[in-house]
Design a protein around this ligand. Sequence first.
Ligand SMILES: NC(=O)C1=CN([C@@H]2O[C@H](COP(=O)(O)OP(=O)(O)OC[C@H]3O[C@@H](n4cnc5c(N)ncnc54)[C@H](O)[C@@H]3O)[C@@H](O)[C@H]2O)C=CC1
Ligand SMILES: C[C@H](O)[C@@H]1OC(=O)[C@H](O)[C@@H]1O
Length: 259
Amino acid sequence: MESYLPSFDLKGKTALITGATKGIGRAITIAYAEAGANLVIVSRSEEDLSNLKTQIQNDYQVKVVYVASSVTDISNITSKLDMMKETMPIDILVNNAGMNIRSEALNVTEEEWSQIIDTNMKSALFLSQYVARNLKERGAKGKIISISSVGGVTALRTGVVYAMTKAALIQMTKTLSLEWGKYGINVNAIGPWYFPTALTEELLKNEQYVQDIVDRTPLERIGKLEEIAGPAVFLASDASNYMTGQALMVDGGMTIYGF
Ligand SMILES: NC(=O)C1=CN([C@@H]2O[C@H](COP(=O)(O)OP(=O)(O)OC[C@H]3O[C@@H](n4cnc5c(N)ncnc54)[C@H](O)[C@@H]3O)[C@@H](O)[C@H]2O)C=CC1
Ligand SMILES: C[C@H](O)[C@@H]1OC(=O)[C@H](O)[C@@H]1O
């Protein structure tokens, strides 16, 4: 029978997600479990990680291990990954962990710079490097997905340093896809517009702010967490095997809204 429907399932694959216990990272983690992936979940809270592991293992027949660490402590994470790479070799990496301090450019400080830059960019590059080295050693194909933002391609009022990191993740995606395509590693990014998470909670309590978002969004609403998990499953699955170096804007149309 002639068929062109690719597989979206992740059975037999192992995915590492940073910032896995809250918000967009949690939605992606659970969607990956639903798609059959084994999971290596990374966040700072041992309690949150343990609770999420228990929830997932109660609901899905997948293996879950966790690494409690700041993503800025790369050597701590990679030393723990080294101990599990025989049993849980990483096939899919989601660079999700991120934060923002919304200072105007006239007021931003070096401390804010360092905190945002290190959290949003450092682990994305060095965890990608770690996973790619391991994939190359194994001769295995892999997928690397970084959570950027519409703020990486258009100007927002939510901080210049954050925007720089999100634009950088897109350029990192393009450069790594160029270098690693020959190893069968697909490197892509996702650029969300607003989704309801702890990161945006305070902003989305302001009715005028939400109206400003809606006024700039052709679909006239903010996103639902399952609507960011879908593209993340797509980019992790065989359905996207001929895509690399791309930044998928998951934005309700916001980035095409001229006037
Ligand atoms: N929610 C939104 O509207 C948008 C979010 N994003 C991006 O999506 C990603 C996830 O953000 P949300 O889920 O919204 O935020 P969130 O604050 O709900 O979750 C962020 C996760 O990253 C973790 N994290 C933060 N700093 C960390 C560190 N140093 N070490 C380890 N884990 C750390 C947090 O513990 C949390 O689990 C971020 O990269 C953010 O920039 C991009 C565009 C829009
Ligand atoms: C859409 C942006 O990325 C959004 O803006 C913010 O202030 C939050 O930090 C979100 O990431």
